[in-house]
Design a protein around this ligand. Sequence first.
Ligand code: SF4
Length: 283
Amino acid sequence: MKVIVAKSSGFCPGVRNAINMAEKTLAKEKNVHSLGEIIHNKDVVQKLADAGLKIAEKVEKIKSGTVIIRSHGATAAQIQKIEDKGLKIVNATCVLVKRVQKIAKLLHNQGYKVVIIGDKGHPEVQAVLGSAPDIAVIGSKSDISKLSKQKKLGVICQTTQSPEHFAQMLAEIAQTDFTELKVINTLCKEAIKRQSCAVELCKKVDIMFILGGLHSANTRKLAELCQKYNKKTFHLQNWKELDKTILFGNNVAGITAGASTPQWVIDDFVENLRRFDNKKIRK
Ligand code: SF4
């Protein structure tokens, strides 16, 4: 089968940095925890667990040693708790996520009602919520009612949302009863680059594969966008998950991967798909 890989796919600088920091820390120290899964990819999480990394969902569960703050960041309150317990911190928060946190704080200090367009349950958004009081999270149109009777709105966005979704939500916000609207673009260019390359590719191929964690926000966004243009879009974590019968009748496959998908997962999928003989399925 002919296979085309998107021009931009796989690890972004923020994720690569977090993994490098985790690997270096594990090489030097024995008792190392990450606050939540370090990235949303089970293959990488397993590899780091094999090297000794323990995952703690709450600071309270960590008794001693070093705590790695993942690329999605942590709240100021969580960092304070870690410091109060005398634990060592390795902060791998992506610089672009730190920027969102700083802007949220700044907007609040300037008297704006801070609004973040994003998924409330995502760890990046949860960390931003700790940067200022009473931040409103807008995930969809149904959340807009949260903004009634607000005079000054300061709007930011979860880094991995798509520009289309950002624009749609801004259009909805623009219809609320405000007197001032300040918008700061906090989208990540790396995520946008992966989205535009994926959309460009999925329009040219018979079948499209999005590789990456099923709970990775940026990977899910890639799948959601490609599904709009190519109905035969499939989000999988790795080659083992592929139901080979769906390959029947397709000659050209496109592949992209989320910002938290390691290169070895992409290479393995590409190699297997290139070797795959479609005719075998017909028998
Ligand atoms: S996708 Fe962008 S914001 Fe998120 S970790 Fe990667 S570089 Fe940072």
